[in-house]
Design a protein around this ligand. Sequence first.
Ligand code: HAM
Length: 428
Amino acid sequence: MIQKPKGTYDVTGKLGLEVRYLEKLFASIMEKYNYKYIRTPVFEASTLFHRGVGETSDIVKKETYDFKDKGNRDLTLRPEGTAGVVRSFIENKMYADSNQPIKTWYMGSMYRYERPQAGRYREFYQIGVEVFGDTDAYTDAEVISIPVNFYKMLGLKNVKVMINSLGDQESKEKYRQALLDYFKPYLDELCDDCKERYQKNPLRILDCKVDKDKEFFKNAPKTIDYLNEPSKNHLNDVLKYLKAMDIEYVVNPNIVRGLDYYTQTVFEVEAFMPSLGNQNVLCGGGRYDNLVKNLGGPDTKGVGFALGMERLLEVIHNENIELDKEEVDIYVVPMDISCKDKVASLVQYLRLNGFVVETDYINRNLKGNFKQIDRLNVKYIAFVGEEEISKNIIKIKNNHTKEEYQIKFEKLIDFLDDLEVDDHEENI
Ligand code: HAM
C-alpha cells in the first residue's frame, strides 16, 4: 500500500468539518476587519526565501524543500506565507493603489523539512495576515487582536499573548554589537552552526536548539534594553492600544522569532498545553519595515502574523471544544423509485433557495431512510410520493417535535422561511 509522505496528514471526516469551520470563521472575521483575501503560489523562486526569510534562519538553511523544474529553475516550496505575499505586493504594484494601507489575509499549506512530532508537520496549514503601508503602532495592535479574537470566539482558554520589540534598524545594530561582545568569550563553546551565526547574524544564536540550554545563554543581552527612543515609544504605543482593546499580554524579552525580517514589534500567542511541548506556540508575527525594500520594492512598512491550524486543532480537541455543527435542514424521502425525478427537482429547488438538503442516493426503503435520518442531524423531513405529486403538495415532518404539515409546492419556500429552517449562523 502506498502511504502518505512522512510529516503529512489527510483531512477527512470530522476533521474536514472542523477545518472548514475554522476557515469560514476566520474568513468571516476578516470581512469584519475589511481585509482582502490573497492567494500566492505554493512554490516560488528559491532566492525569494533566501533574501526574504533569511540565509541564516534554520528555516532556509535546513528546512526548505528545494527543487529544480524541467527548465532548470531553482524553486522552493514555500516554508511560510509572508515572503510570497510581499513578492506579490511588489510585482502587482499594490503600493500604487490609492486605497492604503493594503490589508491582506491568506491561508494555505506551507512546507518545512522538520522532525515530525505533536504539532509539527512537514506540510502544515497556516492562516495569516499581512498589512502594508505607512502604518503606526495601532496596526501592530490590530494585527495582534485578530488571532486573539479568533481564539476567543472559539472559546479557547489558557492562551497568552507574548510581546517583545527588536527595535528599528539602529536599535538592532546596537543589539547586534552587544551580542557579538557578549558571546565572544564563549565562541569555543558554541556549536558549529552558532559559530557561523556569530559571523553572519548573531541574533540567530538565540534560537539555537543545540546551545539554548547552556548556562551562559541565560544572561545574554535582551533586545528590549537596546531600544532607542522612537523604538521604545513604538512599543509603548502598541501596548497602549492593546490595553484600549482590552487584550491581555505579557512583555517577554525572550521572544526573538526565528525569521530574519522582523523590526520593532514581535509577538507570539502561546497555549498552555503540556502535550504540545515546545510546539505550544499557536501563532507568531510582527513588524517588518525593511522587507519590501530588501526584496526590491519601494520603502514600505509591513506587519503581519500567521497561525498554525494543526496546533489550534490540537488545543480544540484537548479542551473538548465542539466545532462541527453539521445540520441538515431537510431530508427529502422518495416514497417510491418512480418519484425520483420529482425528488431530484425538489432537492435542486431547495438547494438553490439556500437550504442544506440531503436525500436518498442508494434507493433505501422507508425504514432504511429513517435509519439514515437518525445518523444525520436532520431538522425537517419531506416526503415525495405518487399521492403528493398528484395533489401538488409536499408532506413535511418536523424531525424533533414530530409535527406534520401538508404544504402546496408553490408555498414551500415561504413556509420553510417562516419556520426559519435555514437559521445557520451567517458566514459560518
Ligand atoms: P512562524 O512562527 O514560523 O511564522 O509560523 C507561524 C505559525 O505556524 C507557528 O506559530 C505555528 O503555529 C505554525 N507552524 C510553523 N511551523 C510549523 C510546523 N512545522 N508544523 C505545524 N505548524 C507549524 C511565520 O511563518 C511568519 N510568516 C508569520 C508572519 C506573518 N510574520 C509576519 N507576517
